[in-house]
Design a protein around this ligand. Sequence first.
Ligand code: ZN
Length: 416
Amino acid sequence: MTAPLFHTLFLAALAVSLCLRLFLAQRQIAHVRAHRNAVPAAFASSIPLATHQHAADYTIAKMRLSMASSLFDALLLLVLTLGGGLQYLWQTSALAGLEALGQGLVFVALTTLLSALAGLPFTLISTFGIEAHYGFNKITPRLFMSDLLRSTLLSVLLGLPLLALVLWLMQGAGTLWWLWVWLVWAGFSLILLLVYPTFIAPLFNRFQPLDDKVLAARIDQLLSRTGFKSQGIFVMDGSRRSSHGNAYFTGFGAAKRIVFFDTLLGTLSHAEVEAVLAHELGHFKKKHVAKRMATTFALALGFLFILGQCLTNFWFYQGLGLSSQSHAIALVLFFMVMPLFTFPLTPLSSLLSRKHEYEADAFAAGETAASDLISALAKLYRDNASTLTPDPLYSAFYDSHPPAALRIAHLKGLPA
Ligand SMILES: [Zn+2]
């Protein structure tokens, strides 16, 4: 590899991923618009035309913003790399007169802060523009600011020590540093998963034990029938921020918790809540969660190994517009540029995820009535204004969940 060749590869990957993003978004917009004036037959009885059109407009507004954000991100990446932005930040971080590790920390912190600030306008437009316009946003500017402060503080408290440890290992742990960094990162991730439900999530939301005794008894039966152990069922005040509804598990091992958004419990019947929960249980029973974690850990090891190969080669830095070379620069460059090369592989992970969704649906249909999951899904699509008519290519590329119509047809086709 040479610097000019890597430079060309980088520009080609940037162009390909940007064009692909814009092309798919454009297709999605065109497809949703073309199907705006008719509710698909399977939903004709449960979703009125006005609701369908509202969902179409909402989807199109979100796609437009994502196109603008893709363009902006590509531009920012160019400014930071070939435009000399990172080189400038590296020289600025040297002004403090710290040794290598300290300068590296300052540099990564500056870069992260700058990227976060650059992305903020898009979050603001999404939250207070689109989500508010379509009636989903419930967050006040005051709560938004407090969330921002809390999450920044949390990133600093958790991220800086981890980063310092990683840079220290990169400097001093010899040729196998990437293996050590991987071990540290994996341990850190596992601890984070373990403490997330009890220490981190409550910083942002209130969690109360489910107080609907009838529903709780029903859920307990499902849990014991399927042999599932958790540390309780909680209701989260999701309605403080958004009217979108959801249900999820957090933690792992014995620390698992079942969490329902209050918005979800407000719209679903008991039977539907049970069906949604059975679907989530399906992900555990079919080992999807464990498989996903194993994949993430394996990929991280692979990426760190590749980073190890780039780290000592000048073509990696020069090809991306930098004349200085350091561990911190390599780390930042790698995590900025790597997504360009992995983006075309997105459909693979989407495909796997959709396969898991079908499996979890089949599990739910075996434990509860398929008709309950079907009616719950129709309500969730309706209330979240998720499009019922995605572009097939867009959906195949990105969607972690099968389109509503296919999912319901699959549920109807399962043996009762
Ligand atoms: Zn699922």
